[in-house]
Each structure stands twice: as structure tokens, then as C-alpha cells.
Design a protein around this ligand. Structure first.
Ligand code: SF4
Length: 346
């Protein structure tokens, strides 16, 4: 089965696969790794400009390892899931310090590095070193659950184990880099989550989901939980030079390590904070900002306070700084906060 499956996929890939992605040029472990991390939870079309800007600024692992994490986060602004960027930076430093700047060429060692899971490790081994290694990202899970009509949420341990076994069995010894790209391409361009193009699919005669008319029900969706909603009150404190006070967030959790507005659990708390700093100006209510994370929805209530020139000095620290609008692209800012600041500073 494995040879036939791989052959069919490779014939399709040679004619219809994606052969001009920027990370396929000058292919090496560093470029493959950065692209794989960016592609987690993000579409190819969105990733391409980010990847190109990233490579322009950090052409090698050494450049990335030696850069301040703030600069890495600034280039990541808008891609979301910022722990990926922090881990990327940390991983570059670990490889530089502990592996003499060389990527390991096997999945076992790669999967021990920060931010590299088993599928990303396999993608690096396969794509950068052309050695047989099975991947199992979201696209591959979708393709396999449909072709083999595997019911059950693919994130569930028993289903995931079954899919890993299948992916390993199907992975060919020859042309492994192409096979890996081929199965990812099939999932991304033909066997799409919505409206798969079964008529153009090289696997349509084998596909059990198609034969059984179960394409729309596979892969099985995760049982839905109600998405919680949270609220926060954010302070946009501007001084007489039109600089905004930003606070650097803790390195863990949502927007970890990014610069953002100080936040409070209520308007009352925000006003108490102002009073404690001797600020008695009126806090002007700005339009609400809504943002959806994968696991909760956030409503931000921004309040603007503009300080006059005769207001006393407000303490700065490593984690509390005043920024001018022209510095906005040099630091990591959460997208909704950046959008809000752009409106205010426009
Ligand atoms: S036939 Fe349709 S459902 Fe089956 S693998 Fe191809 S695109 Fe996916």
C-alpha cells in the first residue's frame, strides 16, 4: 500500500504541487525550521511575506540567536501565537551554544529543542536532509482521516497514535522531501477543510470518505465548549510629547514579552491607579476593541489620558517606557493594540 500511495501522490505533486515557495529556495535546516514554525496555525499566503522579512533581517541562525528577543517579536507582530517566536529565539540560542550552531539531523534530538514537536522535527529531517521521516500536521491528519475514514477527534490520544502509525507506514524511503511537501500540498490545496476539491484529487478512487459520502463529517470535530468572554480596561497614557506609556508583559502567557498598554480588571482600578500617580485629568473613553483568541474572547475598554506639559515626571523602568509612534515597528506589540495605537497616533 505504501509504495502505491506515495507514487500516486508524487505523480500528482510533480504536475500540480507547490514548487516555488520561498523556503524551497536555498533549502537548509534553518529556513525549513523557520517556515515550519510560522506555518503552524497560519496559512501559506500569510506566512510568505513574514518569512521573507524574517530572512532578510536574520539570514542565518547566528543572526537570530544574537538578536534581542524584542526584535524577533516585532517581526512576528500580526502572526499571533507569540510563544512560537519566543521559542524560535530560545531554540536558536540553544543550537548555537550546545550544538555548535548546527541543527541535529535526526527527529529524536530535534524534538528536544524548544518549540519543536515530533511533526516539525520530522519535517526538518525530511525537507532539509531528505531522510525518511513521517510528519503529522493538521493537513496530513485531515487527508489521512478522510482517505482511511478514521472517525474520532484527531487530537484524542488513541486516534493520534493510529494516525502516526499510518503516516509512518505510508512514508516512502525515496524522494522523502517531495513526499512530505506533496502530502502537505494535497491537504492545503485539494483536501481542504471546507469544500475539498475531490474531483481534482489523485486519491479519489481510494478515498473511503468519498466512497462512503462522509467527506463533510471527517475529520471528526472536537466537542464544542462555550468560549468564555473576558473584559479588560486599558490605559492609553500620553505625555505632552505625544508619547505613549507602554508596559512589557511577563514572558509567559498571552502576548508574553510584548509591549502593551497597562491593563486593569475594572474602570475603578484604572482610576485608582491614576490617582496613586497623582494624575487627576479626565480619562476619556475610546471605542471598545474586540479580539478573539482560540480559547476566549476579549473586549478591551481603552481610556485615554493626555498629560499636560506641567505634569511632573512619571517614573520609567526596564518594563515601563514611553514610546513615540515612529518606534512602533521596532518593538513587539499585540496586533489589536497596535491597530488601536495607529488610530490614535494617525
Ligand atoms: S477524494 Fe476528497 S476527501 Fe478524499 S482525499 Fe481527495 S479531496 Fe480529500
Amino acid at each position: 500500500m505504501s509504495t502505491h500511495f506515495a507514487q500516486q501522490l508524487l505523480i500528482w505533486f510533480d504536475a500540480h504541487g507547490r514548487h516555488n515557495l520561498p523556503w524551497q529556495d536555498n533549502r537548509n535546516a534553518y529556513r525549513v525550521w523557520v517556515s515550519e514554525i510560522m506555518l503552524q496555525q497560519t496559512q501559506v499566503a500569510t506566512v510568505i511575506p513574514y518569512f521573507e522579512r524574517f530572512m532578510e533581517r536574520f539570514p542565518t541562525l547566528t543572526d537570530l540567536a544574537g538578536a534581542p528577543v524584542d526584535e524577533v517579536l516585532a517581526l512576528w507582530t500580526g502572526l499571533g501565537y507569540y510563544s512560537r517566536a519566543r521559542n524560535l529565539h530560545k531554540c536558536a540560542q540553544v543550537i548555537t551554544e550546545q550544538c555548535q550552531g548546527k541543527f541535529p539531523n535526526n527527529t529524536k534530538e530535534l524534538a528536544q529543542l524548544p518549540g519543536i514537536g515530533p511533526s516539525t522535527a520530522a519535517a526538518i529531517v525530511s525537507q532539509a536532509y531528505n531522510k525518511p521521516a513521517a510528519i503529522l500536521d493538521g493537513n496530513v491528519k485531515r487527508v489521512l482521516t478522510r482517505i482511511f475514514a478514521i472517525a474520532g477527534w484527531p487530537g484524542q490520544k488513541s486516534i493520534e497514535t493510529q494516525l502516526w502509525e499510518l503516516a509512518t507506514k505510508l512514508t516512502p524511503k525515496q524522494r522523502n522531501a517531495d513526499y512530505t511537501q506533496a502530502i502537505m500540498d494535497l491537504g492545503a490545496t485539494i483536501c481542504r477543510r471546507n469544500k475539498p476539491l475531490c474531483v481534482a484529487c489523485p486519491m479519489q478512487t481510494e478515498c473511503q470518505a468519498l466512497t462512503q459520502n462522509r467527506v463533510t463529517e471527517l475529520p471528526t470535530r472536537k466537542a464544542k465548549k462555550a468560549i468564555p468572554e473576558k473584559q479588560t480596561w486599558a490605559l492609553l497614557l500620553a505625555n505632552h510629547e505625544h508619547k505613549i506609556q507602554l508596559h512589557q508583559r511577563a514572558h509567559k502567557g498571552i502576548w508574553g514579552g510584548l509591549w502593551s498598554l497597562p491593563e486593569f480588571a475594572s474602570l475603578n482600578e484604572l482610576q485608582n491607579h491614576l490617582a496613586l500617580q497623582g494624575i487627576h485629568q479626565h480619562a476619556k473613553c475610546l471605542p471598545q476593541v474586540k479580539h478573539a483568541f482560540s480559547h476566549y474572547k476579549l473586549t478591551i475598554h481603552p481610556y485615554l489620558v493626555e498629560l499636560s506639559a506641567n505634569h511632573g515626571h512619571i517614573q520609567e523602568s526596564a518594563l515601563v517606557q514611553w514610546y513615540a509612534s515612529k518606534q512602533m515597528d521596532t518593538i513587539g506589540l499585540p496586533s489589536p493594540i497596535k491597530d488601536m495605537l495607529q488610530q490614535y497616533w494617525a
